[in-house]
Design a protein around this ligand. Structure first.
Ligand SMILES: NC(=O)c1ccc[n+]([C@@H]2O[C@H](COP(=O)([O-])OP(=O)(O)OC[C@H]3O[C@@H](n4cnc5c(N)ncnc54)[C@H](OP(=O)(O)O)[C@@H]3O)[C@@H](O)[C@H]2O)c1
Length: 356
């Protein structure tokens, strides 16, 4: 099964509107192919779609993450996850982010996508995390690519990213070869720790990558310093991980009503408030929230609907969050408050015991 069918997307002006609203004009849209119209088919025209700058291909601005959430052991209940994926797809979602590092997440995605008959309509973003037998050896990267394709039931991966910049030079060179021979369509690098952004920034500034995946949320805004401006300058797409700070943002707004002004940008829930703030940044192509809960999925994919905030509104949203007492402590709170996972990653993350 080949990759995402780019003709099954629609034209959208959200990036243009966001640029205008942020006072950046439309110069950034002048690059050839940046806004490309395709036949309006599978995705309704009024959803927030964003172009991948390198090609102009459009993707929906809300994707789906799979870390921990889709890592389920064989034999364990998984029907709720199939439902999450169906609601995601039916709501217009196409971009799914996964990694061999996420235990059995790739297996779950490949399984559900095949059962739902949507494998070829997804924009699959995956990752490589390997070293080699010697410096510069890419044989392990090749093995990991092959295994990911088997698990996802795809003979082409839409986006391959070097995970957490591990062995970046060798892996990026290998990914360039795979792009040339059609095994992947885009290359990227991912990280979730701002303390590593200085290592990712040069790759973005040189324009080596098609995608940079970083953590960016109301509470973690360091990507604004180098990564997002460089992405705009070099036409690098940006995928945003941890948009909810691993559910910690929900903890600090628990019991608090949305501000009245949220209705002006079509936000009915806190999740939509958090997501719309992210995807309205002109450099951001999509955010990839993760969930195990079908109701939460319906909520998250709802952020594709309605208006996006302009710069003034984004500032207002941030100011509102900054007035919440625990806001500046979000990144230090324990991840996934109140949640438990039972996949192979959880099993593998137990601490080594002391020697006797
Ligand atoms: N490359 C990297 O270094 C890296 C690092 C981290 C993450 N990522 C990628 O980014 C994705 C997203 O990040 P993440 O999974 O770490 O965290 P996240 O998306 O910020 O948060 C996920 C958590 O939010 C909760 N949630 C989701 N929607 C909700 C809603 N509408 N209402 C209330 N709670 C909601 C989920 O709980 P429920 O299950 O109860 O909904 C889940 O525990 C990952 O899955 C992964 O694909 C990449």
């Amino acid at each position: 099964m080949k990759g995402f069918d780019a003709t099954k997307t629609t034209v959208d002006t959200s990036r243009r509107n966001a640029l205008k609203a942020l006072g950046l004009g439309t110069a950034a849209l002048a690059a050839p192919g940046l806004l490309r119209s395709g036949p309006a088919l599978a995705i309704p025209a009024d959803l927030a779609m964003k172009p991948i700058p390198r090609t102009g291909e459009k993707v929906p601005a809300i994707g789906l993450g799979t870390h921990m959430t889709f890592d389920v052991k064989p034999g364990k209940p998984r029907e709720h996850l199939r439902e999450v994926m169906k609601i995601f797809f039916d709501g217009g979602g196409r971009v799914i982010d996964t990694s061999p590092l996420y235990g059995l997440a790739e297996v779950s995605i490949g399984d559900f996508a095949t059962a739902l008959g949507i494998t070829g309509q997804l924009f699959m973003a995956d990752k490589i995390w390997v070293t080699g037998e010697w410096l510069g050896d890419d044989s392990h990267a090749q093995q990991q690519l092959r295994r990911s394709m088997e698990r996802l039931w795809r003979d082409q991966i839409d986006l391959m990213q070097v995970h957490s910049l591990v062995n970046a030079r060798t892996v990026i060179r290998a990914m360039q070869d795979w792009k040339n021979d059609g095994q992947i369509r885009y290359i990227g690098a991912s990280h979730h720790l701002p303390s590593y952004y200085h290592l990712m920034a040069p790759w973005v500034e040189k324009g080596t990558l098609d995608f940079a995946q970083v953590r960016y949320s109301l509470a973690t805004r360091e990507a604004e310093e180098r990564i997002l401006p460089a992405a705009l300058d070099t036409g690098t797409a940006v995928m945003v991980n941890m948009p909810f700070e691993k559910a910690r943002l929900f903890k600090i707004v628990k019991g608090r009503p949305l501000p009245d002004f949220a209705s002006e940008i079509g936000c009915e829930t806190w999740a939509q408030f958090f997501l719309k703030w992210i995807i309205s940044h002109p450099a951001v192509t999509c955010a990839i929230p993760a969930t195990t809960n079908p109701k939460h999925q319906a909520d998250n994919i709802g952020a594709l609907n309605g208006p996006l905030p302009d710069q003034e509104m984004r500032s207002r949203m941030l100011k509102h969050m900054q007035a919440i007492p625990e806001f500046d402590k979000v990144a230090k709170m324990p991840a996934y408050p109140g949640k438990t996972f039972d996949g192979v990653v959880k099993r593998g993350s137990r601490k080594p015991s002391k020697s006797k």
